[in-house]
Design a protein around this ligand. Structure first.
Ligand SMILES: Nc1ncnc2c1ncn2[C@@H]1O[C@H](COP(=O)(O)OP(=O)(O)OP(=O)(O)O)[C@@H](O)[C@H]1O
Length: 366
């Protein structure tokens, strides 16, 4: 097991990178602590696979250092880094039995035969493939093959970390949740540093204790699922996490806060104060659909809006409202009654109204 530290890391696939847009990873510092269960979450092309490949040694970073337990490993080959990597598609030797596939990494490391047998048996039991041990891998289903791929990573006791690159892509939807739970159990049992790459927020939050959200080659937030939901540090996190994502509205400065068109939105005094000190005109307010309140009656702190649409999702409803030409989503419980085309009154509880300048959250001074 190891702590993995990325120090001033950047990577461009181009020999002569011009601007930041030529970088798959833009200057970042990050630590994956020993024994943690982490997810690396982000949209296609944001640099997730590049980061995993840099950690495992398949890609040499153009700038910066990779440290395992404080020691630089940039010059070490993938084999010498002792990292197991599980890819989207199973990597198994079809002509070998499941036993031989699982034993392969151990035979390579010259582990005694009796130990290999015991360890392969243990891992096969954990993955529930012990009845397949003497079958040829080519006769397995896609998800069984992927279990073997995972097993090949888990079987080595000296492994520093296991990196999973969208490992459930080829798995049947019904089996996905089962395998995800299995991975979680494996983490608890073996206490190995695990980094799980996905673009699916549900997969990320069921597997990981902490999630790194990646966007445009940068980690824009590293936090627990609750932190990412309640306190998104970047507009992208607000938009990407949640279903639907955060309502984000472009605004301008005003005396007591901000405004869009003729709608004045008061902010907390500390937010007004900090906004005065910043010069950027790229200002947004953000509020999650779960935190907007709707009421049939108007009061001093409500805004009159129109209900444009209602989507009944069984246990809750997603209401689309329009306030001063601005559409917003509101999540209400199933009892909510309202008619499309009717008026309603919105309020934005101050604790959940976030302010973003240049896409980053303006944080309350401690
Ligand atoms: N071998 C390569 N040569 C050149 N550019 C590459 C190479 N691999 C990736 N890229 C580019 O680097 C950027 C990051 O890609 P990367 O595969 O790391 O993202 P990702 O988040 O893993 O995406 P996906 O989920 O689609 O795999 C993308 O713009 C991609 O086109």
């Amino acid at each position: 097991m190891a702590e993995i530290q990325l120090k001033s890391l950047a990577h461009s696939y181009s020999d002569k990178p011009g601007g930041p847009e030529d970088y798959a990873i833009r200057q970042l510092d990050h630590v994956w602590h020993e024994g943690g269960a982490y997810a690396l979450l982000g949209p296609s092309g944001c640099g997730k696979s590049t980061m995993l490949n840099i950690i495992s040694g398949l890609v040499q970073p153009s700038e910066g250092e990779v440290l395992f337990d404080g020691k630089r490993v940039n010059e070490l080959s993938p084999r010498d880094r002792n990292i197991a990597q599980v890819f989207q598609f199973p990597v198994v030797y079809d002509s070998m039995t499941v036993f031989d596939n699982l034993a392969f990494p151990l035979k390579n490391n010259k582990i005694p035969k009796s130990r290999i047998k015991a360890r392969v048996q243990e891992i096969a039991e954990v993955l529930e493939i012990e009845d397949k041990l003497y079958k040829k891998a080519k006769n397995l289903t896609a998800d069984e093959k992927q279990k073997v791929s995972m097993g090949r990573g888990l079987v080595r006791e000296d492994v520093s970390a296991i990196l999973f690159d969208e490992p459930l892509t080829v798995i049947d939807p019904q089996l996905k949740w089962k395998l995800r739970r299995k991975l979680k159990q494996i983490h608890e049992q073996f206490d190995i540093t695990m980094v799980y790459v996905t673009h699916d927020q549900l997969e990320a939050s069921t597997f990981a204790d902490k999630i790194a959200v990646m966007y445009g080659g940068q980690i824009v937030q590293f936090g627990t699922p609750t932190e990412l939901f309640e306190q998104p540090n970047h507009t992208f996190v607000g938009y990407f996490i949640g279903s639907p994502g955060m309502n984000l509205v472009e605004v301008e400065r005003s005396a007591a806060g901000v405004r869009f068109r003729s709608t004045q939105v008061d902010l907390a005094p500390w937010q007004v104060e900090l906004l005065k000190r910043l010069t950027s005109k790229n200002i947004k307010i953000g509020i999650r659909p779960e935190f907007i309140q709707l009421s049939p009656t108007a009061s001093d702190d409500t805004y009159e809006a129109e209900i444009l649409d209602m989507e009944d999702l069984g246990t809750y409803k997603i209401i689309t409202v329009q306030l001063d030409q601005q559409e917003m989503k509101v999540r209400m419980n199933e009892e909510f009654e309202g008619a499309i085309g009717s008026r309603t009154n919105l309020s934005f509880p101050q604790q959940w109204l976030k302010l973003y300048v240049d896409e980053f959250l303006v944080q309350e001074p401690q």
